[in-house]
Design a protein around this ligand. Structure first.
Ligand code: LMR
Length: 397
């Protein structure tokens, strides 16, 4: 059975890490996988996480199965962060949720539920995170790209986006990035979000918000604007939530699928399908990451520490954006990279062709994904000049 199987190429994002590690050059820059890095290029465990882990270790008395919906306190804590402290949705009991293996798990469980509900097509603005396609289509859904970002103008093409959204109807799904758009870094403003919600209300399609970088744009409350407004103004909503970046729990695979229904009963019915889907795929999520998050969110002192650490990560990425945009200007690259300063989250797209991306890697040891997405966390005072020189070389020759 295995004899004729051809191996597949490595994943376009995760595969970059190995290429980078294998590159013997000292002057190399990793702008690949979306992982936070401090100025010394490390991805340390957050202090709040370390303390929570120590407490859990001391207290833990069993490794027996955790409940299928997740460890106690995790989904409730995530829902509070996402919907807000005094959310009407939580107060009215219109939400439910399940812990999932990361944001990917939430997207996949959500996709399986949508297939069961015989959803029409899932629409998403282009370009999007490449893993959206397998996560949704391998569950049997149809995925269609609509305009989102104009790479030439380095801006959202909202007219094209909203015109496409206008055509959606009941049974259709609109997948939107909650904050810190991946890969463009170009987020919708509040007026644009309001227009999407007004359209969803009128046309009756279901929004599915992917919130994987909560807290990295402007803060936990601001970044949740789209989810909170949708939950307030629309009858139904799905949210895939990731704690990989904001809690730095990447390898612990910690996320949640949050469900908002017109009533608590309806949200609960969808939750029962989420549990049933999960049972058929991986039974239940790993407990450790969820326990850490619950421990942090149940302790005011740890939560305050975590919020500080998240603010520090956000400020670091913003400072890196500024550093790159301003160094490029100082190095006479004009305002070619000025737009980067005003964007959000870890990513921006550079105006480079695939050939130029390859030249950045092969000639200069600068690693980014094939679509010229850079992770700003990899930029620092020690390498920004090299990055700008490389950029000049491949663009101006
Ligand atoms: C990324 O986009 O780099 C991250 O979300 C990691 C991943 O799983 O692709």
């Amino acid at each position: 059975m295995f004899a004729d199987v051809k191996p597949l190429p490595p994943d376009p994002i995760l595969g970059l890490s190995k290429l980078f590690v294998d590159d013997p050059r000292e002057r190399k820059i990793d702008l690949g996988v979306g992982v936070f890095r401090a100025a010394d290029n490390t991805t340390p465990v957050l202090k709040a996480v370390k303390i929570a882990e120590q407490r859990l270790l001391e207290r833990q008395a069993t490794k027996a199965y955790a409940p299928p919906a997740g460890v106690p306190g995790f989904v409730e804590g995530a829902a509070r962060l996402v919907f807000g402290e005094d959310s009407p949705v939580l107060r009215d009991g219109r939400s439910a949720g399940v812990q999932t293996p990361g944001g990917c798990g939430a997207l996949r469980v959500g996709a399986e539920i949508l297939r069961r509900l015989e959803a029409g097509t899932v629409y998403v603005g282009a370009p999007t995170w490449p893993n959206h396609a397998p996560l949704l289509t391998e569950a049997g859904l149809k995925l269609e790209m609509i305009p989102y970002y104009d790479a030439q103008a380095r801006a959202i093409e909202f007219d094209g986006f909203i015109a496409a959204v206008e055509k959606l109807g009941p049974g259709d799904v609109l997948l939107v990035h909650g904050a810190c758009h991946n890969p463009t870094g170009a987020d919708l403003d509040r007026a644009q979000i309001d227009a999407i919600i007004e359209t969803a209300d009128r046309r009756g399609f279901l929004p599915f918000v992917d919130l994987a970088y909560h807290g990295f744009a402007a803060g936990l409350d601001d970044d949740a604007y789209i989810v909170r407004e949708m939950a307030r103004r629309l009858p139904e909503l799905l949210v895939s939530y990731s704690c990989s970046k904001n809690f730095g729990l990447y390898r612990e695979r910690t996320g949640a699928l949050l469900i908002v229904g017109e009533t608590g009963e309806r949200a609960g019915a969808i939750q029962s399908h989420a549990l049933n889907v999960a049972r058929g795929m991986y039974s239940m999520p790993p407990a450790h990451g969820g326990s850490i998050v619950a421990e942090i969110l149940q302790s005011p002192e740890l939560e305050a520490k975590w919020r500080d650490e998240l603010a520090h990560m956000r400020d670091t990425v913003k400072a890196n954006r500024r550093l790159l945009a301003r160094t490029a200007a100082e190095m006479q690259l004009g305002d070619a990279l000025a737009y980067i300063e005003g964007q959000n989250g870890m990513f921006s797209l550079l105006p480079l062709s695939e050939k130029q991306v390859l030249a950045m890697r092969e000639k200069h040891g600068v690693y980014m994904t094939g679509n010229a997405r850079i992770n700003l966390c990899g930029v620092n005072a020690g390498n920004v000049a090299h990055l700008c020189e490389a950029y000049r070389d491949v663009t101006q020759g």
